[in-house]
Design a protein around this ligand. Structure first.
Ligand code: SF4
Length: 541
């Protein structure tokens, strides 16, 4: 069978894993990629340039030209509306089943299946369900009783049970070849060694995943105690090294990004990995982790292995909000200790901070000042990534925000149906004007902090001037300061991102010029030939 996966803005590891799995079963897998420049919902948003560089029509044309037997989308809430549009347009040209998977459909399959353009929704792992689906289609009749899949049958939604998680080690390596024409893999190799997360923060998609464990639980190697545990596992270091070494030979990549939610969650695994990585690969890398998963041994091992940046999900320094609202157990002392471990070995790190969390409004200035004082007393902090709370359907945060009256019925419905883009770096779900006004000052201050001289920081704080800098255009200033951070810190990833954008812009311009010549659009050609055919048929009658 021919499968076309559709991706927007970035490489998708889930799709690469699915592709490898389905190719092993003998299916043909293709990709239709929309770089969505200036609209990729991750870093850069600009409506004017987004329109100028839009390649959505070309993406639709490409899907149509591939004549797939099924079209698959991996969807998060902020690209959901785009995915619906593309699927609708594709179905105008070809009669093909469309399957949606990913976090957003998983949270709300019934809502997603209400759309005419979506036929099937996949919940959780899709490899085995998809293989079974294709096998049934190959035999001539689509099975609708496949676990993890939801279907529409005679207008009624049929939700099949979920299957037990499949061990991560049983899956093949990521099929990087699927993205190699659209993403410069040699510049930055993206991968992941684990699945899930040992934590269950209320704003995160982990909070609506099926619990495998409830009641008090201590994750091995971590001081964290939770009353819920979702499926979470690591590949063996052997398996992971095999992938990294093989792919290094194939792509000669110069940077690795480990996208594990909490890369250092298992101390023994981390120490063994760092030891081997240094000898067998030795390319600079960055990781994401949780402050509780850092100590001096881990910090030293990461530094020795070539880690150049650790990204910490800190989110708030308001202890009450952290405990009661985002459902974490670490205190500020432990967070500061994580910073100190990296300061000691002189390893750079960035912090994710969320503005607009419920509960912060009561004593907001004091809470943000506390965060500022912690952040400014660090040595190797190279960036503060500021986000605005985005509330996603079915998360625990959704209910918390509802209970606290932060979102009304109309907004709740918009969130449930993912009608808003809710971009987390442009106000997200935060609506309170007073909150926005105050936080905008801190957003600029946090962005300036890592590269402002201490004297200037203290001056701004002492004079209170830092509370009057939020008037600058939010998105523009944020991007400008991020670029400045990249230049000041010689951040590999930042440089690569700029190169990637220039490369994609050149490609888009060339493609636009090509399309402006004769009309090469397969979808349009098909539409034209169909129209001509229909006209001929009518004329014959
Ligand atoms: S630590 Fe990160 S990935 Fe894990 S639950 Fe919290 S926000 Fe989600």
């Amino acid at each position: 069978m021919n499968i076309t996966f559709v991706a927007m803005g970035s490489e998708l590891l889930g799709v690469e894993r699915m592709s490898a799995f389905l190719k092993q079963k003998g299916h043909k897998v293709s990709l239709a990629f929309d770089p969505a420049l200036f609209a990729e919902r991750v870093y850069i948003e600009n409506p004017y340039f987004a329109k100028l560089f839009s390649t959505t029509q070309e993406t639709i044309d490409e899907i149509v030209s591939q004549k797939p037997d099924i079209v698959g989308f991996s969807v998060i809430a902020d690209i959901y509306q785009w995915a619906l549009y593309v699927a609708t347009e594709v179905k105008k040209h070809i009669d093909v089943p469309v399957i949606f998977g990913g976090v957003m459909p998983m949270s709300n399959p019934e809502v997603v299946l209400k759309n005419d353009c979506v036929d099937i929704v996949c919940i959780d792992d899709g490899e085995h369900p998809m293989a079974e689906l294709l096998e049934s289609m190959e035999r001539g009749s689509m099975r609708t009783n496949i676990e993890n899949l939801c279907f529409k049958e005679n207008g009624v939604i049929k939700k099949n049970p979920q299957r037990a998680p499949i061990p991560i080690e049983t899956y093949p390596m990521f099929d990087k070849s699927l993205f190699e024409d659209v993403i410069p893999i040699n510049q930055s190799y993206l991968t992941i060694a684990s699945k899930g997360c040992p934590y269950v923060c209320s704003f995160c998609s982990e909070s609506f995943k099926q619990p495998i464990h409830t009641g008090s639980h201590n994750e091995e190697g971590s001081a964290y105690t939770t009353n819920k545990q979702t499926h979470y596992e690591f590949k063996s270091v052997d398996d992971f090294m095999e992938e990294l070494v093989l792919m290094h030979k194939r792509y000669n990549y110069t940077l690795v990004e480990f996208w594990d939610n909490t890369f250092t969650a298992r101390k023994d695994w981390t120490l063994e990995f760092c030891e081997r990585y240094k000898k067998e690969v030795g390319v600079p890398f960055k990781i994401l982790t949780h402050p509780l998963c850092m100590d001096e041994d881990i910090a030293q091992a990461l530094k020795n292995a070539g880690c150049y940046k650790v990204q910490f999900g800190v989110q708030t320094m308001n202890e009450e909000v952290r405990t009661l609202i985002i459902k974490r157990t670490e205190n500020n002392r432990k967070v500061a200790n994580a910073f100190a471990c990296l300061d000691k070995v002189e390893l750079g790190y960035s912090i994710d901070h969320i503005f607009g969390l419920p509960g912060e409004e009561d004593n907001m200035k004091a809470g943000l000042d506390e965060a500022l004082s912690y952040y400014k007393n660090t040595k190797n902090l190279i960036q503060i990534n500021t986000f605005w709370l985005s509330i996603w359907p079915k998360t625990e945060m959704f209910q918390i925000a509802r209970d606290r009256g932060m979102i009304d019925d109309a907004e709740a419905e918009r969130i449930e149906n993912a009608l808003d883009d809710n971009i987390y770096f442009d106000l997200g779900s935060v609506q309170d004007k007073e909150v926005i006004k105050l936080c905008e000052n801190y957003q600029i201050m946090f962005k300036l902090l890592p590269f402002m001289p201490e004297l200037l920081v203290n001056f701004l704080i002492k004079t209170g001037l830092y509370l009057h800098i939020g008037w600058m255009p939010r998105m523009f200033t944020r991007r400008l300061l991020d670029v400045a951070t990249t230049l000041v810190n010689h951040d590999y990833k930042g440089y690569q991102y700029i190169r990637y954008y220039l490369w994609q812009m050149t490609k888009v311009v060339k493609s636009k010029i090509r399309h402006k010549l004769p009309n090469f659009s397969p979808a349009r050609r098909l539409a034209e030939s169909t129209t001509v055919g229909l006209m001929t048929d009518s004329a014959d009658k």
